[in-house]
Design a protein. Structure first.
Length: 94
């Protein structure tokens, strides 16, 4: 799962941006909103769901999306606990 992390990992505010079915994490809106949150001192995370990286437009089952969102929450919690930004995965922009 690709992700981009920016901003202050020590911030009391973390915002996780999940894309809709029509666009991925690299859409113009997601990039601008992500950067704006980071510039304002928030820890900002945006990510692609695996179905999007597989080239599909829709997820097969809603339940699997909800499980993936839970995994992202645990990742963000680990970043905050470590107080260090996670590096973006290959191909993702920060």
């Amino acid at each position: 799962m690709s992700a981009a992390v920016a901003g202050n990992a020590a911030s009391p505010t973390a915002v996780v941006l999940a894309h809709g079915a029509g666009q991925g994490m690299d859409s113009g809106f997601m990039e601008v909103f992500h950067a704006g949150l980071a510039e304002r001192g928030c820890l900002a995370v945006r990510f692609n769901f695996p179905y999007k990286e597989q080239g599909r437009k829709l997820v097969a089952r809603f339940k699997s999306v909800m499980q993936q969102k839970g995994a992202i929450g645990y990742t963000v919690a680990a970043i905050i606990a470590d107080k260090t930004p996670a590096p973006p995965s290959a191909g993702a922009s920060a």
